[in-house]
Design a protein around this ligand. Sequence first.
Ligand code: PHE
Length: 358
Amino acid sequence: MDGLETLRAAHLTAIRDASDEGALEAARLAAIGKKGEVALKMRELGKMTPEERATAGPALNALKTEIGAAVAARKEALGDAALAERLESEWLDVTLSPRPRQQGTLHPISQVTEEVTAIFADMGFDVREGAQIEDDWHNFDALNIVPEHPSRAEMDTFYMAPREDGTRNVLRTHTSPVQIRTLQKEGAPVRFIAPGRVYRSDYDQTHTPMFHQVEGMAIDRTITMAHLKWTLEEFVKAFFEVDNVELRFRASHFPFTEPSAEVDIRCSWQGGVLKIGEGDDWLEILGSGMVHPKVLSNCDIDPAEWQGFAFGMGIDRIAMLKYGIPDLRGFFECDLRWLRHYGFSPLQVPTLHGGIGG
Ligand code: PHE
């Protein structure tokens, strides 16, 4: 067949010279594509005599195969070259020293819990812990919370699926069940705090469904409300490291204390920035009161002989106040930038002599 050898040489050269995948594909189409030169030659087969066709046909097929192989070989060579180029340009020096910021930080909740513990330990309070999954009796009944009390409503409380006998567990709604567990186990006198996680169905700028409280309790023969007031004032002064923090004791009601008081702290929220000790706003930080005689007798402690105070304080709240964190939700979003900004050095343990602040 005329010119087959010229055609072969021209196409093989074009393929060998293709400098990238695009050029190679163009060369492939020009040679053995549907409208390529080899295809055009194949169309001429129909016009040939059978004898001519007998030699031209196999020759064209062989050429098509040879060109196909050349394209594949060139493609592989180009791929190798591209890889070599990437390896050359994208290399990484694994002997570089690590970036300096490799240390984690302590979450403000952990920090504040440590601070609170240090202050109360100095006043002779031990630390007790309870479970986050409680039963109705410890979370409500033993604390003199009647079945129809609003805090027992489904709306606020996360209940677990009921058992066959109808009883069910709850995610504790406060740290007060630790009062019950400690009194039952240890009797009186006791003096402890109990920090930990609690759960309520609530979500806005100052409420999250999981948050933290610290319970405090002191039971002895002659403890009065004056001791409660002094203890809380000492705590607040030490915690905020200032003398002019203003507290407001507001008469209130809790089923497990009588009398009861809620305690607010004076603050301002100007321009989204929270300041304590000044301004016209009050932020509630705790509930407190004298332990109800029924709570004591529910724990087999004689209320004629023993009395004392209890309080429950929001750890997240006082962390927000002390460190000027305006939105509680950020505490639990695990945003690395937030943690780096508000986190604390894990090596600075708060003590009364070394400093309570971060
Ligand atoms: N348990 C109460 C609450 O969560 C706080 C509290 C504790 C009040 C102890 C009085 C005594 O709101």
